[in-house]
Structures are given as C-alpha cells and as structure tokens.
Design a protein around this ligand. Structure first.
Ligand code: ADP
Ligand code: MG
Length: 245
C-alpha cells in the first residue's frame, strides 16, 4: 500500500538572531501516522512544530503540506493553518465567551460555516471528550484539564488533516494529565495524523507509531517506540531516558 505523505520537511534550517535552533531537519509524516517528538528543553521542539504550520518563517529548506510548498510568504497560508490544528501548553480560551461560543468562533468566522451545522458538530465533539454538560459554562468555571480538552475540541472542529500537540499536559496538575492524554489516545485510535511533543514517556510509548529524539536542533535518533525506549542506540538518548527512571 502506498503511503500518502501529508507533511514533509527537507533540510529545514531555522535561526533566531545568530542562534541556529533547527539544523537540517528532514522529516515526513504519512497519513494516519502518530509521531512523538521528545528531547531536552530548548532543543527546538516547539520551534519545529511552529515551522510545520507556518507560524515561524524558516531560513532555508522546504516544508510541504500535501506536496505543496508552504512558506510564511504563501498566500494560502491561512488555509494551510486551518488544516493543521495545534494545541499548546496554555489553552487561551476567550474568558468572556461560553465554551460553546469559544468553539464556534473560528469555524463560523474563518470558514464561514453555518451555526446550526457547526453547533451540532461541537456538541458531538464535546460529548466525545466528556464535556457536553459544560457547553454553556465559562472558561473560569473549568479545571485546567477540562479547558485543555475544550482547546482540543476547538482545534478539531476545524476538521484538520493533522494535529500538532505541544506539551499539552505540562501545565496541568497530575490528576488532570491522564484525562487529557486519554483524549489524545482516543484521537489516535480514530486514525488522526498527529505530531506530539511530550515529556510523558509512558504515554509516548503507548501512542507513538514512531519516536523522534531531538537534541540541539537535530534529529539524533528515531525509530519504533518499543525499540527506542528499550534499547536506544545513541548515548544522548540513553542519558535523556535515564532522567525518567
Ligand atoms: P523546546 O520546545 O525544545 O524547549 P524551543 O523550540 O522553544 O525548544 O526553543 C529552542 C531554542 O530557540 C531555545 O534556545 C530558545 O531560547 C530559542 N527560541 C525559541 N523561540 C525564540 C524566539 N521567538 N526568539 C528567540 N529565541 C527563541
Ligand atoms: Mg517547547
């Protein structure tokens, strides 16, 4: 079976001022694949995700989405961003809008979809993440874990082809981490294509089809989760994994 490549980078370089943060990253993501990226703080994980959906201009190399080059100059970029959902550590929901209104805002404004249609879909998604009864609540009335699940719904309602998750549980109390990871695991089971940055190693092993270990702006090692976690090949990966034992 031919694997359809959704997202690809070739020789991607990215610098801030004089600091080269991503150094020659070549990466591809096939439809339905779940890739987990791990690596020490500051190694470039967030920058890489931001480049992938066109939030950061790049210095050289290429990024392609469905085979089409995307760059910060591309006029189609807003369309690309709608098809690449991203969820961050901070969920920044609008405080003055109800949960339902938070979710409906982008599909109605940016995609021009009818309220009736998106509202139905919003309720379905809220039900899926166990929050249907919170539709009329306001963000301040929700726990961190609940807000993060709403943030995921807000991304999914745009019907993305790919979802990017950047340490979405890092700011949560331990008891809320699990409920958010569970939602992501279920999403993986529906066949969603995803790139996940996380420090939750058990979760990484459970959800990943492939693990990428980054350090200092390069991909140091990648492979199947079983193999990577049980016998990492490089010294740097071994040292990194040892911190979690
Ligand atoms: P990670 O997500 O792996 O912790 P980041 O991608 O956030 O790493 O950061 C990689 C490097 O780039 C760090 O040294 C960070 O300080 C630097 N960096 C990130 N964003 C910016 C920015 N907007 N301006 C300048 N430097 C940045
Ligand atoms: Mg980061």
């Amino acid at each position: 079976m031919k694997q359809e490549i959704l997202l690809q980078t070739e020789h991607l370089h990215k610098s801030f001022d004089n600091q080269e943060v991503l150094r020659d990253i070549s990466f591809s993501l096939t439809k339905g694949e779940v890739v987990v990226i791990i690596g020490p703080s500051g190694c470039g994980k967030s920058t890489f995700l931001r480049c992938l959906n066109g939030l950061e201009p790049i210095n050289s190399g290429q990024i392609r989405f469905h085979g089409e080059e995307i760059s910060a100059q591309n006029k189609q970029l807003h369309r690309v961003r709608q098809k690449i959902g991203m969820v961050f550590q901070s969920y920044d929901l609008f405080p003055h809008l109800s949960i339902l209104e938070n979710i409906l805002l982008a599909p109605m404004k940016a995609q021009g979809r009818a309220r009736q249609e998106v509202e139905k879909e919003a309720i379905e998604l809220l039900t899926r993440v166990g929050l249907a009864e919170k539709r009329d609540a306001y963000p301040r009335q929700l726990s961190g874990g609940q807000k993060q699940r709403v943030a995921i719904v807000r991304s999914l309602i745009m019907q993305p082809d790919v979802m990017l998750f950047d340490e979405v549980t890092a700011a949560l109390d331990p008891e809320m981490v699990r409920e958010v990871l569970q939602v992501i695991l279920e999403l993986a089971n529906t066949g969603m294509t995803m790139v996940i940055v996380t420090h939750e190693m058990e979760f990484a092993q459970a959800v990943a089809d492939r693990v990428i270990f980054m350090d200092k702006g390069v991909i140091v090692e990648e492979g199947q989760p079983e193999k990577f976690f049980n016998c990492p090949q490089t010294e740097r990966a071994k040292q990194f994994l040892n911190m979690f034992h």
